[in-house]
Design a protein around this ligand. Sequence first.
Ligand SMILES: [Zn+2]
Length: 372
Amino acid sequence: MRIMQKHTVYFVLLISLLFTSFRPASAALFPRLGHRAVEEDMADMVAVEAPADTLDKLLEEMIDLRLRADSLQHLLDGMELSAIAEEQAAAERVAVDTLPTDDKFIKIVLYSDNTWQYVDYGRPVINDEIFGDHWDNENIHAYRDVTLKDIPDEVDILLVDSLHHAVAPFVGRVNSKYAFRSNVGREHQGTDIKLNTGDPVMAAFDGKVRIVASSSLTGGYGNLVVLRHSNGLETYYAHLSKVLVKENDLVAAGEVIAYGGSTGRSTGPHLHFETRYLGQTFDPERIFDFTTGALQDTILTLHKHYYSIYSHNSQSDTESLAASQRIVHTIRSGDTLGALARRYQTTVSAICRLNGIKSTTILRVGRRLIVR
Ligand SMILES: [Zn+2]
C-alpha cells in the first residue's frame, strides 16, 4: 500500500514537471491559456516557418513524452504488482520442512509453494565479560580464586525471557538431592536424576562449552561437560556415556549435548547435575522441578546463604540462612561426641539429631559432622 502511494506521488510530480518545462509547447497548442509573449513568439515562428511542420514536431514530442510517462507508469505498476504478489505468497505459503546447514543456529525452511529461505534460530548471546573472565578449558573449576567473600549478597539470575529459554537437562526422578550426606560425611554438590544409559542430556540454557573431560581426568565426575551461560551460571553434567559437543562450541538451550551413563563414581545410570555461580554450588532444584521439567521462576535471586550445602530449595529463606550458618567438624583421631559437644557448646543429643546418628555410633576419622 505504501509503495503504491509513493509511486503515485512520484508519477504526479513527474507529469507536472514535464508540463511545466514544456509550457511553451502547451502555450502554442492552447494559445488562449498561454502567455502573450509565447503566443507572439509562436505566431512569429508559425508565420516564418511552415506551421504544419512545427505543430507536427511539437505533437511528436508530446506523444513521445506521453509514451515515456506511460512506460514509466507501467514499470511502477509492475513493481506494485510484484510487491503485492510477494505479500500474498508469503501469507499463503506454509513451512513444510526444515533442513540443517553447517551452522546449527541457521536452518533452511522449505515452503509449500516450493520457495525456501534461511532462518536464524537465534544464536546464544555471548557476553564478552562473562565469557572472557576466568575462561578455562583446562581446569574443571574455573573460579578457584573466587571466594564467598567476593560474591554479592544477592544477585538476580535471568532464567528465561522472550529471547532466552531454559530446559531441564533431563526430566526424571531425583535420586539424590543437593545435600550434606551425613551417612558418608560427604557433600553432594548437585542433583542426581535417574536415567538410562543412552538417554539424551540437554543444555539447560544457551551458552558455550567450557570443559569436555573424560573419566581419567575428572575422577568421580566420570565423563563431564561444563557449560557457561550468558546469565552468568555454569552447569555441570556428569557420569555421561557419550559427549556430543567439544570445548568452545556454542550450544542452545535444549540442545542434546551428551548421552547419560554411569561413568566415574556412580552406582547406576544417572545424571549428576550441578549449578554454580562464580564457582559456588547451589541447589539445582532452585531452578528446575526435575520431575516435571518446569522452571521454578523466570528469575532466580541468589542469596549468599544459598551457596551452603545445607541450604535447600524446600527451605524458607530464614531456614536457609540458619542452615548455612551450621558448623561442621571433621573427625580426627581421639574425638568423642562428648568432647565435641563441650568444644562447640552444644549437646551430644543435638549433634546426633543433626547428623542422624546415635550416641553409640563409631566416629570414623575424616567423617564430617554438623556440630551446630
Ligand atoms: Zn550426584
